[in-house]
Design a protein around this ligand. Structure first.
Ligand SMILES: Nc1ncnc2c1ncn2[C@@H]1O[C@H](COP(=O)(O)OP(=O)(O)OP(=O)(O)O)[C@@H](O)[C@H]1O
Length: 745
């Protein structure tokens, strides 16, 4: 949009969800009197209609312009506040109660912009652009506001949103709801007043680069392939146009009309369940303050199919993982038929979704969509727009997506190309939006590695956590087994840790994320497999530790991208065995070299630096970790024996044989070969009596109660001056641990 009058809503200052009319604010002249100024909601101000000169017979977009007098606009940081004109003697303690109903024309104040009832997304890009420019010239009709009939936010029986996640992940967003900030910077994108108002309440003052670049392309009806670094706001880049399209089509319906079923507007495919739930939360947070909002259904494995089927029948936006989505879609003709009119197909984290293990179901879904799809009769192109987003695109994928268009794709059934062809873009070349070719890594990210023996990773992991106390930390491992092992180990060391891996039941997975992300526990730790590597947006993650090396450069980018999001700072540290260091440095250099080449920048090799960690201090922590390992191993071994026993007992029962655990063990003990050593260790761990375990626990407890000297004594003692009082107070943070007392060793 240019500099002319804005046509959509009232984007300036604190956007107002109710009023869609142009509103002009005149500052109050300073008065002699001492004034009591009172902050007032913009809706409560006494707006008066402005009489337009006759020359503006088509109103030039100023139809319904209103002004208000006696109000001061005060800037507080990034917020704008309206301060009432009510001037009175300071000693008047009378409380300001807002402007009375008689002075406010509540009807006009909440009038809405007339929106065309035609769905924008069923138009060709050309039509959309024409319509948009016509729309810019057209006078906005004012409509009477209907009573508050907000589509209820979805809650199921256990107080869990339709996503299954309690909304605390986005609590921070929702908490700002009442405030509202200046969102003028968004008005260039020509989004509606409803969206501006929602953004204002979310506290998002300006669009991120991917948002300001991709949103106009999507609103103009193009297919878009969007690439931007982790944590840069890709979700809203596609969600805003989708919600906008829904509002355009259904935003004016009344409650009864909204209850009748309608085809879904968008289908969003996500590679992991957690990301699917998070996308739901994110879009729900955007829509939360709207009077009418789309119904969002999340379709992922691990939750009841029946419930999801019910939700799908009324969904406007469907967000799901391919496996479950295909299961649900293929079991209902009605549902797959209704999908034919979707206006947006979004593939989030596309490179992952279109490869690893999701290939088959993703292909089935795309084939089904194509079979059903509405075709624009005039242009003979699909009516739906395809939007593809990721921070990384596997080698070649990017080129295939945008370079060759449909023609160059091979027809090999098992290949990536085949699947890409299935995406059936509506245009030959989708718009490729790569907002930061220079870096896939977030700007605020610091990277480093810690060298340690492979067998000492537990010890170094614990040391790193103590060196970064009270930091929300995400630890990545390459196996479910390692998550199983590290969780009780760290718990024994009094670290507040949660686990996340794909073998957990869905509710437990969501619970772990919920607890890890709770604002009440800013220093919590999550040990996870790569199931948490992509897309998860958990506020305040300050540190990512790669306990195992990432399996690919892309995975390194995604894992590290869980921190330093949305312009925050963060660190990513890789624990490297000596034999891993060279490979790791090469992998990270590759990530940075790609960036440098793409940006035409300096090609000198990026060198990942080793972090200085005081080995003496680490050595002092060793007894703790050794004890904690014994304790954790003992409970793990007992748990495992329970499972093994169950399995053997069940098998024995099926065979009709008597089960004798001693006998089975004895038989197992005869065999030699791989795993025998581990089995012996497990047996040893299991053999610990209750008393022995108790003794280990109390020994560890007393070690944990001591503070660990991190070198102050050496430094100060050799300098000949120890400030004992300072040391006793521990105020300088020279010790690791939370308790009083010095642990001179
Ligand atoms: N315009 C904005 N201003 C401020 N914060 C924003 C804005 N848009 C989005 N955010 C916030 O930025 C964070 C990251 O957004 P999002 O999860 O969409 O990133 P992403 O680019 O999809 O990351 P990833 O590649 O890791 O999936 C979220 O917490 C989101 O609420």
């Amino acid at each position: 949009m240019g500099s002319g009058p804005k046509k959509r809503g009232a984007p300036s200052a604190a956007a107002n969800s109710g009023s869609k009319k142009r509103q002009k604010i005149k500052p109050v002249p300073t008065t002699e009197k001492k004034a009591v100024t009172v902050a007032v909601a913009v809706d409560a101000l006494p707006w008066n209609e402005v009489k337009l000169p006759e020359m503006f017979d088509d109103a030039e977009g100023f139809f319904g312009l209103e002004e208000v007098e006696g109000v001061e606009v005060v800037r507080e940081g990034t917020n704008l506040k309206f301060v009432s004109a009510k001037t009175t003697k300071v000693d008047d303690e009378e409380e300001f109660e807002g402007f009375g109903d008689d002075t406010v024309d509540t009807e006009t104040a909440s009038e809405k912009l007339d929106k065309t009832s035609n769905p924008t997304a069923t138009q060709t890009p050309k039509e959309k652009q024409e319509k948009k420019s016509k729309k810019d010239k057209k006078t906005k009709k004012a409509k009477k506001e209907k009573p508050q009939t907000k589509t209820p936010l979805k809650e199921d029986e256990d107080g869990v949103g339709s996503s299954g996640l309690k909304p605390n992940v986005f609590e921070a967003l929702v908490q700002q709801e009442d405030e509202g900030i200046d969102v003028t910077a968004w008005s260039e994108l020509d989004v509606s007043g409803n969206i501006l108002s929602a953004l204002s309440k979310l506290g998002f003052a300006k669009p991120t680069l991917i948002q300001s670049t991709a949103i106009p392309e999507i609103l103009a009806g193009h297919d878009v392939v969007g690439k931007a670094s982790t944590g840069s706001g890709k979700t809203l880049a596609f969600a805003i146009p989708i919600v906008e399209s829904w509002l355009d089509q259904y935003g004016e319906l009344d409650d009864d009309e909204l209850k009748t079923s309608r085809p879904p507007t968008a289908l969003i495919l996500s590679p992991t369940r957690e990301l699917a739930h998070q996308l739901t939360e994110h879009i729900t947070a955007l829509c939360k303050s709207m009077e009418k909002s789309p119904w969002i259904a999340t379709v992922t494995g691990g939750l009841s199919v029946q419930k999801q089927q019910r939700q799908l029948s009324k969904a406007d936006i469907i967000i799901g993982t391919p496996g479950r989505l295909w299961e649900v879609m293929s079991s209902s003709v009605e549902l797959s038929t209704s999908m034919k009119s979707i206006k947006f197909l979004v593939v989030d984290e596309a490179d992952r979704l279109l490869t690893d293990g999701h290939f088959k179901e993703a292909e089935e879904i795309l084939t089904a969509l194509d079979r059903q799809q509405d075709i624009d009769q005039e242009d003979n192109i699909p009516t739906r727009q395809t939007l593809i987003f990721s921070a990384t695109f596997a080698k070649g994928l990017q080129q295939k997506l945008v370079g060759k268009g449909k023609q160059g794709l091979l027809d090999d059934k098992e290949s990536m190309e085949y699947l890409l062809k299935k995406l059936n873009f509506r245009e030959d070349k989708p718009k490729f939006v790569d907002v930061n070719p220079i870096s896939q890594m977030a700007e605020g990210l610091t990277e480093g590695l810690v060298e340690c023996a492979g067998t000492e990773k537990d010890l170094y992991l614990y040391s790193l956590l103590l060196y970064h106390p009270n930091q929300r930390t995400l630890i990545f491992t390459n196996s479910v087994h390692s998550v199983h092992r590290l969780t009780p180990l760290l718990q024994a060391l009094n670290i507040p840790v949660y686990a996340l891996h794909s073998h957990m039941i869905q509710k437990a997975r969501l619970r772990s994320i919920e607890r890890f992300s709770s604002p009440k526990s800013p220093g919590s730790i999550l040990v996870a497999t790569d199931v948490a590597a992509r897309g998860l947006d958990i506020g305040g993650v300050q540190l990512v530790i790669h306990y195992h090396l990432p399996r690919s450069a892309d995975m390194y980018v995604h894992r590290s991208g869980r921190t330093a999001r949305a312009e925050a700072l963060g660190s990513s540290i890789v624990l490297c065995a000596p034999e891993e260091v060279v490979g790791m440095r090469r992998l990270v250099a590759k990530v940075h070299a790609q960036n440098a080449v793409a940006g035409g920048g300096n090609k000198s090799k990026y060198y990942m630096r080793s972090l200085d960690i005081d080995r003496k201090v680490v050595a002092r922590l060793k007894p703790r970790v050794t004890l904690a390992k014994k304790i954790a191993d003992s409970s793990l071994a007992k748990e495992k024996k329970g499972h093994d026993d169950d399995w053997v007992r069940n098998a024995a029962e099926e065979l009709g044989v008597d089960y004798d655990s001693e006998e089975f063990e004895a038989a197992g003990g005869q065999r030699k070969g791989r795993g025998t050593g581990r089995k012996l260790k497990e047996k040893e761990a299991r053999a610990l009596t209750k008393n022995e375990l108790g003794a280990l626990r109390s020994e560890l407890k007393s070690l944990l109660a001591q503070r660990v000297n991190v070198g102050v004594s050496e430094r100060y003692l050799t300098a000949g001056s120890v400030d004992v009082n300072e040391l006793l107070k521990g105020t300088k943070g020279e010790f690791l641990g939370q308790v009083d007392g010095i642990g001179m060793e």
